[in-house]
Design a protein around this ligand. Structure first.
Ligand code: LLP
Length: 408
């Protein structure tokens, strides 16, 4: 029998061979319609989002799994309303995100509130709406939560975020589960935290929370997480502590290099892994907080070529989108696949750069694109997560607009 990992490897190798034979394939976009719009803007393929949500629903409906969409990935109301219509919950990190989630149709009994630095105001917002759970990240936060809940005469349902010291093998800025991280409570402090919650009159323990990082493509990191979660599950069971929820966070990665061949994360393998490696006790549910894998593939940043500047050894393609619209390449050196939607000419290498006064305002270095001229429409793919939500107005720029395939 071939192991699951070996199967994945074989699948990946075949897929790569297939891709190499067909490097020119491009996404499908309503280019004529795009010609009439001001750039840059985000374009969302709602059919792909729907197909993604259908897949997740199918994979989870017969399992004790509950999806909470992480709004930080993309809080565009049009997307949120569709996601909420699937009955999923919301994972929020501020009072504003809680309000946005509720306004878009998520119900309070499925709203989680996470974050290392929740303000009193934000905690009170969560309490006022009777949200399902606060993911608590430190001992001092527990004390404040208890005090604030007492003030408004409520009981806050809490999950303790355990820092499981599991390596997510991802970019160091988006790994969160290693020891001495600002996130979560170190394992040695968990017994004290548990005691505090149990004794606190205005807190109710509902679960444990884990999140090891984002853009995780090596699924074995999730297996390591399951081992840790199982240890805690058993430990608490022995102590007679009821744990209705184990929240395993988010982090499932997508294929940024080949969006046309892999438009969806491998949800089947992901959920099967949890089913195999983390069996809930009777009455226990597994919560997931997926962000990127739900919305990244369906979004593209559409921009226009402003100038092609010939350098000494290379050509710069200067486009009208910048790091203010999509900061991931500048901030993490992240890769996004790029296509010239309006040229079929020969491929040429370009440094694709934006107009912002920062050297890091660059989307790609020496990237092969169909020969570009002023006015060409360029798509920066897989930008649906952490694109629009991280946009800024630096340099006095406008925030990017957004358009949807079901409204164009
Ligand atoms: N739960 C918690 C506690 C998180 O911190 C995050 C993401 C998620 C869930 C959702 O993770 P996802 O499924 O999206 O990987 N701006 C970075 C990513 C930062 C992730 C922050 N936390 C990027 O553009 O790659």
């Amino acid at each position: 029998m071939l192991s699951e990992r070996r199967w994945r490897f074989i699948h990946f190798t075949f897929a790569c061979c297939f891709y190499l034979q067909d490097p020119m394939i491009k996404g499908t976009f309503p280019v004529d319609r795009f010609q009439t719009l001001d750039t840059p803007f985000y374009y969302y393929d709602m059919e792909l989002l729907r197909a993604t949500l259908d897949t997740i629903k199918r994979e989870t409906e017969n399992r004790p799994f509950l999806i909470h969409y992480a709004l930080k990935a993309n809080a565009n109301p049009h997307l949120l309303k569709l996601i909420a219509s699937y009955g999923f919950g919301a994972d929020c990190v501020s009072g504003n995100e809680i309000r946005t989630a509720l306004a878009c149709g998520f119900t309070p009994d499925r709203v989680l509130f996470a974050g290392v630095g929740k303000t009193d105001k934000d905690i009170l917002t969560g309490l006022e709406h009777d949200i399902s759970c606060f993911n608590v990240e430190s001992l001092p936060e527990l004390e404040i939560m208890n005090r604030l809940a007492g003030m408004v005469d409520r009981k806050a349902q809490v999950a303790l975020r355990v820092n499981p010291n599991v390596d997510a093998h991802t970019h160091r800025y988006i790994t969160t589960g290693l020891d001495e991280n600002k996130f979560g409570i170190n394992e040695q402090d968990i017994p004290e935290a548990l005691q505090t919650v149990i004794e606190a009159p205005h807190l109710k323990l509902v679960g444990l929370h884990f999140h090891i990082g984002s853009q995780i493509t090596d699924l074995s990191s999730f297996e390591d997480l399951c081992v840790k979660a199982r240890e805690w599950q058993k430990r608490l069971q022995k102590q007679g502590i009821k744990l209705p929820v184990i929240n395993v966070g988010g982090g499932l990665g997508i294929n940024y290099h080949h969006p046309n061949h892999f438009p969806m994360a491998d949800f089947e393998a992901y959920f099967r892994l949890f089913e195999r490696h983390l069996v809930p006790s009777p009455g226990q549910s597994l919560f997931f907080e997926l962000g990127r894998s739900i919305v990244a593939p369906c979004g593209s940043l559409i921009t226009r070529a402003l100038y092609v500047k010939e350098g000494i050894q290379k050509n710069f393609l200067i486009v009208d989108a910048g790091m203010t619209d999509l900061v991931r390449p500048a901030l993490y050196g992240a890769y996004h696949h790029i296509e010239n939607l309006t040229s079929e000419e020969e491929m040429e290498p370009y440094d694709v750069v934006g107009p912002i006064c920062e050297s890091s305002d660059m989307f790609a270095e020496q990237r092969l694109l169909n020969r570009a001229t002023r006015g060409d429409l360029i798509a920066i793919r897989s930008a649906g997560a952490y694109g629009e939500t991280m946009a800024s107005t630096y340099n006095g720029r406008e925030l990017p607009a957004s358009y949807f395939s079901d409204q164009l």
